[in-house]
Design a binder for this molecule. Structure first.
Ligand SMILES: *Cc1c(COP(=O)(O)O)cnc(C)c1O
Length: 234
């Protein structure tokens, strides 16, 4: 398992470096978030051993069980839709949330972070493609959210996240990633609020995302191998 993991990790690093070389970017400006949801702690520990430091989980219950068992000193990010009644646990588990997708959730996370005396970084999730199945703010909702941000004391919104529709050809994701970057540039110019982070790109489309400015890519299966089905022993 470790040798395969090492080969997959090196391959991802090479893909990141190649995409950065093509677009004149510094690989150090792209954070690999290893999405370990559904994989056991042994996989996390093996990847941590190879030098990977940032991991992402999407289900709170799974994360709460797994994280305390894993190598210490890793950064854990929450990447999936978060229910408001799980916000307090999320604040304890994660140093960053990628997927703030409503004002009510943002207010709840701020309240929980204040209660815990714990600051947290976060991205606003934007539904760029307009798919009704997707969470996230509609682009037209975001300017009002940005106006609200200076009131927050504990949640520091410093970027945007999007999930492109699943497509066979990663090139088809490019318009969505480019759109997120262009929206970001316009919102920063209008609001004066810095949004340096762009969380976009996954296993199949990370090159395109990097070429369009991703600063965080969320990669699961390309690092850990085929994802076990729910309930399946690993
Ligand atoms: C599962 C997941 C990923 C990783 O997907 P892969 O295709 O396995 O790389 C990335 N982002 C989010 C929000 C996810 O839920």
């Amino acid at each position: 398992m470790s040798l395969e993991m090492e080969m997959r990790y090196r391959t991802i690093q090479q893909r990141i470096e190649a995409a950065c070389a093509r677009s004149g970017r510094d690989p150090a400006a792209v954070t690999l978030v290893a999405v370990s949801k559904t994989y056991p702690r042994e996989h996390v520990d093996a990847l941590a051993q190879l030098g990977c430091r940032v991991f992402g989980e999407s289900r709170i219950q799974e994360a709460a069980q797994k994280i305390p068992l894993c190598t210490s000193g890793l950064a854990w990010h929450g990447i999936g839709h978060l229910q408001r009644n799980k916000a307090a646990v999320a604040v304890e588990l994660f140093s960053r949330l990628h997927s703030i997708d409503s004002l009510r959730l943002l207010e709840r996370v701020e309240a929980c972070a204040a209660d815990a005396g714990q600051k947290i970084q976060a991205c606003l999730e934007v539904n760029v493609s307009g798919e009704s199945s997707k969470y996230g703010f509609a682009p037209e909702e975001v300017p009002a959210v940005l106006e609200f941000l200076p009131q927050l004391r504990y949640v520091h919104i410093d970027g945007l996240m999007t999930i492109a529709p699943f497509v066979a050809d990663p090139e088809d994701s490019r318009t969505h990633f480019r759109r997120l970057r262009e929206l970001r540039d316009a919102w920063v110019a209008d609001s004066g609020w810095p949004l340096d982070e762009l969380s976009m790109g996954m296993s199949n489309d990370l090159e395109v995302a990097i070429e369009e400015g991703a600063t965080m890519i969320r990669v699961g299966t390309a690092l850990f191998g085929p994802r076990p089905k729910p309930g399946e022993a690993i």
